[in-house]
Design a protein around this ligand. Structure first.
Ligand SMILES: Cc1cc2nc3c(=O)[nH]c(=O)nc-3n(C[C@H](O)[C@H](O)[C@H](O)COP(=O)(O)OP(=O)(O)OC[C@H]3O[C@@H](n4cnc5c(N)ncnc54)[C@H](O)[C@@H]3O)c2cc1C
Length: 459
């Protein structure tokens, strides 16, 4: 445990507050999205700006203190916190500055997706991001960033034009295609291994303010036909279309028919972000296919689409996620999903098929650190539950499901869905880009300052 004089030494150098155990606000500041994470940092530095971040990095290096960065605190593995170390809490740094002429947004390292979407949508602009508005831009963007607009505009990393990062030597580096190109490459998928990003510069696109959304819910008995339909629909859909297929329990609320509340169902959540008349034509099959228990097609504010799924993942519940990338959705993979589903343990558990293709796969697998450009789908088991006594059951079910899907995987996994007990999964997350990332790590963080959790190691 670090002593209090070290904490006051750091406090003297910061504008923001340094919280230590027992301080007002400490317990609140160490709460993460995943209620299963119980790390207790020695200090949480609530940074007010880049100077605070630089001071924290220098302090950690000079005093040999483990350090971690906290963006939105949404990472299921809890790598935003470090036991007995220093947490660089970026949550006070949430500004988003949009240049509507240049169509760019400068986003501070603690902003959430809702901060980003609110500011960009004021100008009818957006950059592709994730599907939960509470997620931090930083963690999401550094790992890839998969969401409703990805088939049209690429991953979040594909829209990153530049970043400011404080590296292990305490220097602030501006990285882009011509300055520190290697680091810029690494940040686009390589996670938080290389330093603390204080600011991101994103390219924006004209989107909204409304997009067309089609949602259809089918009982799980119809899963084989629905999954086959989904496979063929998305393979033919234009890039303006995003369509997630989720397996979940029917929420116990209107407008879902009461007799189906709590049953296992498949949800097709599609959007068309282009011309709405064309969108209606393209999305019509989602609404009309099969025998849905609920099906609707309607224009929706883009910001509403971006927060549509938030309620399904309550903050503070227990979460354990695992993922694969699939080269195709084969008949054998569909059979396996049906065989493995059991009683879908965990009130908030779901499965997700995330469509790749389109603009995502136009990028070469080695052009950025995110390597999964040849996959057709991301597939994840998103287990979520409330009661700690169910931990073994739900985690065991999730691992068994993940193992059963292994034969259908590219061998890759999504770094942003890697759990705390990941073992070798970091290698599969970076695939062919792993060795290059290690070289860059050697250059910018040779002593492994940012290695508090299992990550890319310089040695
Ligand atoms: C409910 C839910 C929905 C999600 N939906 C999507 C989705 O649609 N698409 C998708 O791609 N992902 C999704 N994710 C995964 C998400 O991208 C990751 O959990 C991401 O890491 C969260 O970022 P954060 O900043 O909130 O996390 P944090 O927990 O704060 O950080 C995650 C990691 O990034 C590091 N980090 C954070 N900020 C910085 C920084 N400024 N500089 C350097 N390193 C930093 C942390 O140290 C940690 O290792 C979802 C997660 C949840 C829980």
């Amino acid at each position: 445990m670090l002593n209090t004089s070290l904490a006051s030494l750091l406090q003297d150098q910061l504008h923001g507050r340094v919280l230590t155990p027992g301080d007002d606000g400490y317990e609140e500041a160490r709460v993460l999205f995943n209620g299963m994470i119980e790390h207790r940092p020695a200090m949480i530095a609530q940074c007010s700006g880049t100077a605070d971040v630089i001071a924290c990095v220098n302090f950690a290096r000079e005093n040999d203190v483990p350090i971690a960065a906290k963006g939105g605190g949404h990472g299921v593995a809890g790598r935003a916190l470090v036991d007995d170390g220093l947490v660089v809490d970026l949550s006070p740094m949430r500004s988003v500055v949009v240049d509507p002429q240049l169509k760019t947004a400068q986003v501070q390292g603690g902003a959430t997706l809702s901060d980003l979407d609110r500011e960009t949508q004021a100008f009818g602009l957006a950059t592709p991001a994730g599907v939960d508005s509470r997620t931090g831009v930083a963690g999401l963007a550094l790992g890839g960033g998969m969401g409703h607009l990805a088939r049209r505009f690429g991953l979040t990393v594909d829209n990153l034009q530049a970043a400011d990062i404080v590296t292990a030597d305490g220097k602030l580096r501006h990285v882009n295609e011509s300055e520190h190109q290697d680091l810029f490459w690494a940040l686009r998928g390589g996670g938080g291994n290389f330093g603390i990003v204080t600011s991101f510069d994103f390219r924006l696109h004209e989107v909204g303010p409304e997009v067309l959304v089609a949602q259809a819910f089918h009982l799980f008995d119809d899963a084989p036909d629905v999954l086959r339909f989904y496979r063929s629909f998305i393979s033919e859909a234009p890039n303006e279309v995003g369509c997630f297929c989720l397996v979940l329990r029917v929420p116990p609320m209107e407008p879902f028919p009461p007799e189906h509340h709590g049953k296992i169902a498949l949800a097709l959540i599609a959007n068309h972000s282009g011309n709405q008349d064309e969108g209606r034509r393209v999305l019509e099959p989602i609404e009309s296919f099969g025998s849905p228990i609920l099906s609707v097609i309607t224009p929706m504010p883009y910001t509403q689409l971006q927060s549509n799924l938030d309620a399904g993942f309550p903050k503070g519940a227990r979460y354990y996620w695992k993922s694969h990338y699939l080269p195709e959705l084969s008949e054998a993979a569909i059979d396996t999903v049906i065989h493995q589903i059991g009683d879908l343990p965990g009130e908030f558990t779901g499965l997700g098929f995330e469509p790749m293709g389109g603009a995502i796969n136009k990028v070469d697998p080695t052009a950025t650190a995110f390597p999964h450009r040849n996959a057709a789908f991301g597939f994840a088991v998103f287990a979520g539950w409330q009661d700690a006594s169910s931990d073994d059951e739900v985690i065991g079910w999730t691992r068994a499901f993940h193992d059963a899907m292994e034969p259908f995987s590219t061998g890759g996994t999504y770094v942003n869905y890697i759990q705390g007990d990941a073992g070798d999964e970091f290698r599969t997350a970076y695939g062919a880009n792993f060795e290059r990332l290690r070289e860059i790590k050697k250059r910018y963080d040779p002593q492994g300052l940012f290695n508090a959790h299992q990550r890319i190691k310089a040695r």
